[in-house]
Each structure stands twice: as structure tokens, then as C-alpha cells.
Write a protein that binds this ligand. Structure first.
Ligand code: FES
Length: 122
């Protein structure tokens, strides 16, 4: 099966698509997004930390599963790490696995940008 993180995935939104307002995100906080094209799915999430927002493909580098079983909940309770619910991997907020079966691997970046207080795909 094709990976949902493939750049040629037709479900992956082009640059310039509005995702949400910066104010919609807790600090720190996350929000997930799903895009479909026919039978294909692209899943990503954004993570706010202060005035900055990062985007990641919602796919764990260990087994390729989505990270969270809950909508918009990607962080640990103490907000210090991104959690993969699959096998408990912990990622730093910049996407590097620091504990679990994929230590040293990274989440795939999904480029996003902030314009006038709104978060867009980039
Ligand atoms: S699928 Fe994420 S740690 Fe195994």
C-alpha cells in the first residue's frame, strides 16, 4: 500500500490551503487534518509552540501507523513530547524520536506557514 506521506499522494493538499487560525491552537497544542482524494488519504497535524507552528505528516516512522487515536491529541499530558499511541514512542516537539522503537528517526515534515494569524499549507 502506498504511504500517505508520499509527495505525489493526490490527497496531499497543495500550498496555500488554510488550515486554521493560530488562535485555534493551544500553546502548546496540536490539531489534526485529513484530506481525501477518491480512495487516497493524507493525514497531517500542526503543532503550535509560542508564535511558531510546525506541521508533520501523521505517520509514525516505526510501523507507519497514525500517531494518535484521538482527534487533535498528539502531545503527552505534560505537553513535552509528541506521543505515538501505537507503541508509545516519544518525539521531541521538533519531530525527533527520543524514546521507543524508532529512536533517532524523525517524523516527516509537512510544511506550513503563518500569514496574518492564519495557518496555511506551504
Ligand atoms: S507505530 Fe509508533 S511506536 Fe510503533
Amino acid at each position: 500500500m502506498a504511504s500517505p506521506s508520499e509527495p505525489d499522494n493526490p490527497a496531499r493538499p497543495p500550498a496555500g490551503i488554510r488550515l486554521c487560525a493560530l488562535a485555534d491552537l493551544a500553546d502548546p497544542g496540536t490539531k489534526g487534518f485529513r484530506f481525501r482524494h477518491e480512495t487516497r488519504l493524507f493525514a497531517g497535524f500542526v503543532l503550535r509552540q509560542g508564535g511558531a507552528v510546525r506541521g508533520f505528516v501523521d505517520r509514525c516512522p516505526h510501523a507507519g501507523w497514525p500517531l494518535s487515536g484521538l482527534p487533535d491529541r498528539y502531545l503527552t499530558r505534560d505537553d513535552r513530547h509528541i506521543l505515538c499511541a501505537g507503541h508509545g514512542a516519544l518525539f521531541s516537539l521538533d519531530g525527533r524520536c527520543v524514546a521507543g522503537p524508532c529512536v533517532g528517526d524523525r517524523l516527516t515534515v509537512w510544511p506550513v506557514e503563518i500569514r496574518d494569524g492564519e495557518v496555511f499549507t506551504a
